[in-house]
Design a binder for this molecule. Structure first.
Ligand code: HEC
Ligand code: HEC
Length: 361
């Protein structure tokens, strides 16, 4: 695992985007330096930023599992369960917002929350996080050197900035799809995978949200849509859930959606307060999707076949299930045959990055 992560740092040093990905914009407010990346990497793997010294970022974003935990919903301190599926950190540096509902704008802001989330790190305050940093002479040395500050100036924001620098090195393209599409290697895909790609662009209309651009493909439009996932959990008492959400515990305002399963299902609504955004979630990337099972914001779909069946039935597993009242206009029954479903699944499996394949062995 360690060797793998160091090789990622080497990739970032070359400063060229991998095949199929755009140039990564680095804002002047948090420039990349080798020392900062290494500090961020140490923080990412350090279990001390949790109440019982057992949970690190890598517990739920494990490099050996394509930076996910491969669980339906994440398990944090003391075996406590959250409400949502852990998305991969791979390529998160490209997204214009973080979390399934996009409630924080940057990786640096995002990184501040897991240590103090009651079902993740379980610490009580950012002061506890900062105290742990200041208690370790090695961290004090690194923070003061990397940011050019005194020990007193070490704070939670710089904890986030260092982790952000590390996460910007976790970018992966270079899949068989990329060689086929961006390098014209006709043999990189089988006939079945090519049929699946045609369905992705055409009859399946997947590309409308899982975007492919001219010179790169992030497979997300960075927008929020309701696919009907989780609708059953809130449909019968929506009014009372909305009321309870308004009266939620302000102490854990940011994390309320990870502590209460019904609040979680409000989706993008918690950010915009628009009724139409109830149950809408961020379009996730599809890169490395074969390795980041189970699927959807609540991890409720186990396989890629199930995901395609969900789309094929217009946003439900079975054609007799009730559709969400807020279903996105782009989700309609697709009329795919059994063979076409298999072709689409085969195509999705061509999106795995070469670097992850080598690492699996
Ligand atoms: C207990 C498991 C757990 C731990 C520990 C954890 N995460 Fe996460 N992570 C999650 C879950 C679950 C989500 C989705 C939550 C949501 O969308 O509301 C998430 C979301 C993210 C995202 C957003 C990705 C996207 O596509 O929107 C990033 C980035 C991330 N985590 C990085 C980190 C970092 C950095 C740490 C350590 C400081 C960390 N995580 C610790 C489970 C965890
Ligand atoms: C209207 C926009 C839209 C269209 C069209 C669309 N998707 Fe999605 N896709 C999303 C959103 C949003 C999610 C997350 C929904 C959730 O978790 O509630 C998602 C989730 C997924 C996931 C699970 C990803 C993960 O990490 O859990 C897969 C796989 C997927 N889509 C594949 C496809 C395929 C294949 C098609 C075409 C048949 C398609 N999508 C069409 C927006 C769309």
């Amino acid at each position: 695992m360690r060797r793998f992560v160091l090789s990622l740092v080497a990739v970032a040093a070359i400063n060229a985007a991998p095949l199929g990905l755009p140039h990564l914009h680095i804002p002047k407010s948090n420039p990349q330096t080798k020392a900062k990346i290494e500090l961020g990497q140490m923080l990412f793997f350090d279990p001390r930023f949790s109440g019982d010294n057992t949970i690190s970022c890598a517990t739920c974003h494990d490099p050996d599992k394509a930076f996910t935990d491969q669980l339906p919903v994440s398990v944090g301190i003391g075996g406590k369960k959250g409400t949502r599926n852990a998305p991969t950190v791979i390529n998160a540096a490209y997204f214009s917002s973080q979390f399934w509902d996009g409630r924080v704008p940057t990786l640096a802001e995002q990184a501040k929350f897991p240590p103090i989330n009651p079902v993740e790190g379980g610490l009580h305050s950012w002061k506890e996080v900062v105290d742990k940093i200041k208690a370790d002479p090695n961290y004090v040395k690194l923070f003061t050197e990397v940011f050019g500050i005194t020990k007193d100036e070490i704070d939670i924001d710089r904890f986030g900035l260092a982790i952000e620098a590390f996460e910007r090195t976790i970018i992966m393209g270079d899949s068989r799809f990329d060689r086929y599409y961006f390098q014209g290697e006709n043999d990189a895909l089988s006939e079945q995978e090519k049929r699946g790609f045609a369905l992705f662009l055409g009859k399946g209309r997947c590309v409308e949200c899982h975007t492919i651009s001219q010179n790169y493909a992030l497979f997300t439009n960075d927008k929020f849509h309701n696919l009907g996932v989780g609708w059953k959990k809130i449909k019968d008492d929506l009014a009372s859930i909305l009321k309870a959400y308004e009266q939620r515990d302000k102490l854990h305002e940011e994390e309320a959606v990870l502590l209460n399963e019904k609040f979680s299902e409000l989706g993008r609504y918690v950010v915009t307060k628009e009724i139409d955004d109830i149950g809408a979630f961020k379009t996730p990337t599809l890169r490395n999707i074969e390795l980041t099972f189970p699927y959807m914001h609540d991890g409720s779909l186990k396989t890629l076949e199930e995901v395609i069946v969900w789309y094929n039935n217009g946003g439900r597993l079975s054609a007799t299930d009730e559709l969400s009242s807020f279903i996105d206009g782009g989700i309609r029954e697709l009329d795919l045959t059994g063979e076409e479903i298999e072709d689409l699944v085969a195509f999705l499996k061509t999106l795995t990055s070469e670097s992850l394949k080598k690492d699996k062995k």
